[in-house]
Design a protein around this ligand. Structure first.
Ligand code: C2O
Ligand code: CU
Ligand code: CU
Length: 482
């Protein structure tokens, strides 16, 4: 790191800084300066009620989709180590920032304190600094697939796009349902990268940042097209996270339906059969797949999806954001012999119906020009400001939030700290109850969500989970008052 001219680094715009930095590092003798890590993926599980892990973020050479890449990572791994805990557990994360930029950690989807050294996105961990995150998973926390990623405003998109993301699993009731327990469990972390031929991160163009940057290297658990084998018991449980900065995944498996058993915030009341699954950034899904077709190989596909209107931004102008017209193969699911398929669970965990809301608020999502600043992404006409409280709510109340997209791009809306339920889209009631923390709001759409504010007062944020939009202003401060 020493040879980097610090002033030059600081003078670069943040979006190209990492790319330049990495290019400089990779020109030198990397073996000497950077520790190389084994790619072995060790799970970090809590023991006797405690999960303690050391997490180091740095830039290293890593094997990514069969090539060497210089990317941002936690503990030398892409994705970062998978953390697993149970309700009631104490979590201690000794975090060290070896990046040349400030960063922090957000625990996406966990219902834990939003203040102190817990899920506090206002913390700043400077280059070279350490911080111990400590919190407890509440006794009544639902089982589910959550995740951690950086959340330092202004650098969130860049740091995620560099590779920083990891799973945080809470074990519980859902995992104990006999059919679910019998299934072969696989985790899929979907990420995309933009690398040059040497494996350095490419700087992003302004226009692609505006629409939300995408890379043409798509990885599943850091690999290209991994093979997922279904063992003889015949049931596969895929637990999928979209950890991409902006890319949407429209998933489908050849000849096999999916049985959705859990969404962002945990289990559904009963499995729902779907033929495809759209996952916007930050969203998770838990699906079961029965191996009941002809034995063989089936491709898990990413079908084309158009997330930017054709209006002022034509496809040609979008550069790497131009949607692929062909399905892409993300992974291959295979099984050898015809098996006696394990039955699907009939019932899962009842999703509680929320009481009527005490208050309704409106959030309009759009973009616009800010004099002297250029393009900004806005909630109710305003770009994010660190010290302005945008929304004040009362602890132990339930609110309805109406999310209206008056722009021309899709915006996946996300709130920290508490999950919500989608009540209706454009006035049409949702067909089933589910806990979510990210919901897609398409141009022209009006999505009504219902959210209880429970247990934890303090200040946190809501934002678009196309993280470039978040960094460009589409975020608001939420204060939960005790
Ligand atoms: Cu994954 Cu503020 O979010
Ligand atoms: Cu979050
Ligand atoms: Cu957005």
């Amino acid at each position: 790191m020493k040879q980097i001219n610090r002033r030059r680094f600081l003078s670069l715009s943040s979006s190209s800084a990492i790319a330049v930095l990495i290019a400089q590092c990779s020109n030198g003798n990397t073996q000497e300066k950077f520790q190389t890590f084994s790619s072995q993926h060790k799970i970090n599980q809590s023991q006797d009620g405690i999960l303690e892990v050391n997490l180091i973020t740095s830039i290293n050479q890593i094997n990514l989709g069969n090539k060497q890449a210089y990317v941002l990572n936690y503990n030398g791994k892409i994705p970062g180590p998978r953390l697993e805990a149970k309700p009631g557990d104490t979590i201690r994360i000794n975090f060290t920032n070896k990046l040349p930029q400030p960063t922090n950690i957000h625990y996406h989807g966990l219902h834990i304190p939003i203040t102190g050294n817990a899920d506090n996105v206002f913390l700043k961990i400077a280059p070279g600094d350490r911080l111990t995150y400590q919190f407890q998973i509440p006794q009544n926390h639902p089982a589910g697939l959550f995740w951690y990623h950086p959340h330092f405003h202004g650098l969130t998109a860049e740091q995620l796009f560099g590779g920083l993301a990891g799973l945080f699993i809470v074990r519980g009731e859902l995992d104990e349902i006999p059919e679910v327990k019998a299934a072969e469990e696989k985790f899929l972390v979907l990420q995309d990268f933009a690398l040059d031929r040497q494996g350095n991160l490419l700087p992003s163009q302004e226009l692609s940042i505006m629409t939300g940057r995408e890379g043409d290297l798509i990885t599943v658990n850091g690999q290209s097209n991994p093979n997922l084998t279904i063992p003889p018991q015949g049931l596969l449980r895929l637990r999928i996270l979209n950890a991409s900065t902006s890319r949407f995944y429209r998933l489908s498996l050849e000849e096999h339906p999916f049985y959705l058993i859990a969404t962002d915030g945990g289990a559904l009341t009963e499995p729902i059969e779907i033929s495809e699954l759209l996952l916007t950034p930050g969203e998770r899904a838990d699906i079961l797949i029965q191996a009941n077709r002809e034995p063989g190989k089936y491709r898990l596909l990413n079908l084309p999806y158009q997330r930017v209107g054709m209006g002022m931004m034509g496809r040609g102008m979008m550069g790497i954001n131009a949607p692929e017209n062909q399905p892409q193969v993300l992974a291959t699911v295979s099984y050898d012999s015809k098996v006696a398929a394990v039955p699907l669970p009939k019932k899962l965990i009842p999703v509680e119906a929320l009481p009527e809301a005490q208050k309704i608020r409106r959030f309009q999502m759009n973009h616009g020009m800010i004099p002297g600043q250029g393009m900004a992404f806005l909630f109710n006409g305003q770009p994010y400001q660190l010290d302005r409280i945008d929304t004040q709510v009362q602890l132990n109340t339930v609110e309805d939030w109406e999310l209206i997209n008056t722009g021309i791009m899709d915006h996946p809306f996300h709130v920290h700290g508490n999950a919500f339920q989608v009540v209706s889209r454009n006035g049409k009631p949702e067909p089933y109850l589910a806990w979510k923390d990210v919901v897609l709001v398409k141009p022209g759409e009006k999505v009504l969500i219902r959210m209880p504010f429970r247990d934890f007062p303090g200040k946190t944020v809501y934002h678009c989970h196309i993280l470039d939009h978040e960094d460009l202003g589409m975020m608001g401060n939420l204060e939960i008052q005790a």
